[in-house]
Design a protein around this ligand. Structure first.
Ligand code: APR
Length: 225
């Protein structure tokens, strides 16, 4: 069975109503991401950071997967499919994809500031005073700027074994995620779906310069034909 790897970014969730990071003057829902997505920010102003992620979590509960998430699930009828996402939303899972690796963590989970192995599912707001079982503050289970990306090794292993790579809705500006593309075997066909693609067409790279919903639908039809 052919193995397809799919790297997704904020653009795949844009049509569900979740804003991307870099399409709005670097501001995300009115915040400079560096003011809310760093360990230093959490140390300096934990309430602001928790409030920011609480709003993101509330928003996520109010939106649904879109056609792009859904059509990727259909690929599993014919291929072994691994999704590697930079997104902290759970829209791939809710659409029904079975193998999803979250490079930057998961908004619907929190973890202990004392022991990072203590991870809990979390749907409500997270506040100061919400503790793990060892009575230490909980924090969002997301990877902040400057923090290690523990899922990189798994993602690299997936990429090394891929027959085809699909990249959807990412500006490819954030490392190490953007560097993953280099781990696919040389001359692996790459399909890049993004209305504002950051890499150019070449022998192995096929660009669909359009929104995820239409681009993914077209590509999935082609691959399943
Ligand atoms: N369909 C597909 N792509 C879209 C759509 C759409 N409807 N709308 C916008 N895009 C594209 C933009 O053209 C852009 O290339 O989505 C991309 C979004 O880029 P970013 O906002 O930089 O998001 P992403 O690449 O996922 O960011 C990576 O940065 O802040 C961190 O941790 C955060 O995971 C995030 C990482």
């Amino acid at each position: 069975m052919k193995h397809i790897s799919i790297l997704t970014g904020a653009g795949i969730s844009a049509e569900s109503g979740v804003k991307t990071f870099r399409d709005h003057d670097g501001l995300w829902e009115g915040h400079d991401v560096m003011q809310v997505a760093t360990p230093q920010a959490f140390e300096k102003n934990p309430s602001l950071v928790l409030d920011f992620y609480n709003k993101r979590r509330q928003q996520l509960l109010a939106v649904q997967p879109n056609l792009a998430h859904q059509r990727l699930v259909d690929l599993e009828t014919k291929f072994k499919v691994d999704i590697i996402t930079q997104n902290v939303d759970d829209l791939h899972e809710r659409a029904g994809s079975s193998q999803v690796t979250h490079l930057h963590g998961e908004l619907m989970k929190v973890r202990s500031t004392f022991d990072h192995h203590l991870i809990y599912n979390w749907k409500k707001d997270l506040n100061l005073g919400d503790f793990c079982e060892h009575h230490h503050q909980l924090r969002p289970h997301v990877v902040w700027f400057g923090e290690a990306v523990p899922m990189m090794e798994k993602a690299i292993d997936i990429l090394k074994q891929t027959d085809l790579l699909i990249i959807i809705g990412t500006s490819m500006q954030v490392y190490p995620a953007a560097g993953l593309i280099d781990f696919a075997p040389s001359s692996t066909p790459i399909y890049f779906i993004d209305p504002n693609p950051s890499i150019s067409e070449s022998t192995d790279v096929h660009i669909y310069a359009e929104k995820a919903t239409t681009g993914v639908d077209k590509l999935v039809r082609k691959l399943l034909a």
